[in-house]
Design a protein around this ligand. Sequence first.
Ligand SMILES: [Zn+2]
Ligand SMILES: [Zn+2]
Length: 283
Amino acid sequence: MRFGVHVSIGKGLPEAVRTAKALGCDAFQIFIGNPRGWKKRALSDQEVAAFRQEVQTTGLGPVVVHLSYLPNPAAEDEALYEKSILAIAEEYQRAVAIGAAYFVVHPGKSGGQDRESAMTKVARGVREILKMVKGSTLFLLENQAGAGTEVGGNLVQLAQILDEINHPDRTGICFDTCHAFAAGYELRTAEGSNRLLTEVDTTVGLARMPLLHLNDAIGECGSRLDRHTHIGQGRIGVEGFRRLLTEPRIAGLTGILETPQVTPEDDLRNLAVLRQLAAGGTR
Ligand SMILES: [Zn+2]
Ligand SMILES: [Zn+2]
């Protein structure tokens, strides 16, 4: 597996690549603008070119872009829905422009709508975006913890949305271990991870899951609590991750950490733990 972390673009896109390289990442993930606002500063052609150059020089990849926090592609309110779809299209456009391999989107919250119509809304929006923006960046839906009215808390729902989008060549899923565990997927036992991978294969298909978010979970299995912690220090634990990371069916995937980053040592330690566990070793 290739491993990486989410890095900040606060000092510009090219610097983000250098940060990832300095941490010893194989791959990395970024936001493509301020994740907490609707307004994004313009990206100059020069900055984009410098980023691409840096990616090429360092050999890092795949490059992953994660959608910002505010857009909700399942929004009940029509104005918010429209605004969200346009914002996602704009960020997807940027992901294509910088040559990202993957663009990761949470399927949103349904609010007062029933789940079926919310899922249809997500699919309609993504279809619209894929029509507006052409490019080879894969559009990935991420499984959510299923808190409140979150859509996409299980693989069956994600598979249904992907079916409705009906662009198998341009879409897939990103699988987050913390969200899955919180949503009730047992990842601590061999039987659990086996069942999970079989479910991936019979729903969305293993070939359509190129990316993992590797996060340990603060909450119990089924708690619906979306709170990440360091690998091995949460409820999934060392054994859970060792089992998953040594599973041959996902050996070729990319795994990105979204664990707490208080100091750079946090990322360094989590990356080292992942690599050790993937190699089958003990910590
Ligand atoms: Zn995630
Ligand atoms: Zn999360």
